[in-house]
Design a protein around this ligand. Structure first.
Ligand code: OAD
Ligand code: ZN
Length: 246
């Protein structure tokens, strides 16, 4: 079966690089983007330019974020996160590339330095000008007090969740490190991503082109199933549950 084949590939690999999308966190109660009920089926994304240009867009972005606060705050790592953390502790995984912003790989035991966040992190905020970091509680208090999304106390530019929006530049250091990892692993696991958002979706192909075996674990078909060495079209928690160790 797929899981048995995956087990063999994991056993044979010396360097495994996982690449995760929102599908690994749905069992933790966090909706993905493109499945039925996903975030982009309910709300149109607010692009970076809109956020910068419009106070209304900023207020709407923060309203949406605060509406999700209980969901993010209550979420605990799922079986997928825990299985990957086990392989990390065992020395099989040097670092993980993620499109997720939910901090759950860190919560499962990955050192922050070993979580390459391509799309940033929603558990804190940053000024889009000077990059100063802010706690969400600070943003919330200011927002509740004034009814407006707050600006940076240092440079007066807007403060945004520390995530990457459409139209916003990708984080250079994360891109460089993800490239390095994709080019030098022998097994690349694309887990829970529709693989439609670029440049992130380029990493599975890059790994494959550099000689790694590519496994795709996702309950729906993806854009890259045809180039994968193994496709497991099944629930992530059930598929990776057997790899949760100590
Ligand atoms: P998507 O919502 O596009 O894809 C998630 C995939 O996971 C879907 O194909 C689901 O069918 C699958 N899935 C969900 N739960 C699953 C489960 N329990 N078991 C197996 N498969 C499951 O999310 P991403 O690919 O992560 O970026 O989206 C990529 C980027 O688009 C995000 O990082 C975000 C979004 O716009 C930005 O906003 C910049
Ligand atoms: Zn600033």
């Amino acid at each position: 079966s797929g899981v048995e084949q995956l087990g063999n590939m994991i056993a044979e690999a010396a360097c495994i690089v996982p690449f995760t999308g929102a599908g690994i966190s749905t069992e933790c109660g966090i909706p993905d983007f493109r499945s039925p009920g996903g975030l982009w089926t309910r709300n149109r994304p607010i692009a970076f330019d809109e956020f910068v240009a419009s106070a209304d867009a900023r207020a709407e972005a923060w309203r949406r974020r605060f509406a999700m606060e209980e969901t993010f705050a209550a979420a605990k790592p799922g079986r997928g996160h825990r299985a990957l953390a086990s392989l990390y502790r065992a020395g099989k995984i040097p670092a993980i590339i993620t499109q997720n912003i939910d901090n759950l790989h860190q919560a499962s035991g990955f050192k922050s330095d070993d979580v390459i966040e391509l799309h940033g992190n929603t558990t804190y905020a940053r000024c889009i000008g000077c990059g100063h970091a802010y706690e969400l509680s600070w943003v919330k208090a200011r927002f509740d007090e004034t009814g407006d999304a707050p600006d940076c106390t240092i440079c007066d530019d807007p403060v945004k969740t520390a995530t990457i929006s459409f139209g916003q530049a990708m984080p250079e250091d994360a891109m460089r490190r993800a490239t390095e990892l994709a080019q030098h692993c022998d097994l690349f696991l694309a887990i829970g991503s529709s693989l439609v958002v670029w440049p992130a979706a380029g990493f599975p192909l890059m790994a494959k082109n550099c000689g790694a075996k590519l496994v795709i674990i996702n309950n729906e078909p993806t854009e890259q199933d045809d180039v994968a060495d193994l496709v497991i079209r099944h629930d992530i928690g059930e598929t990776l549950g057997p790899f949760v160790g100590n």
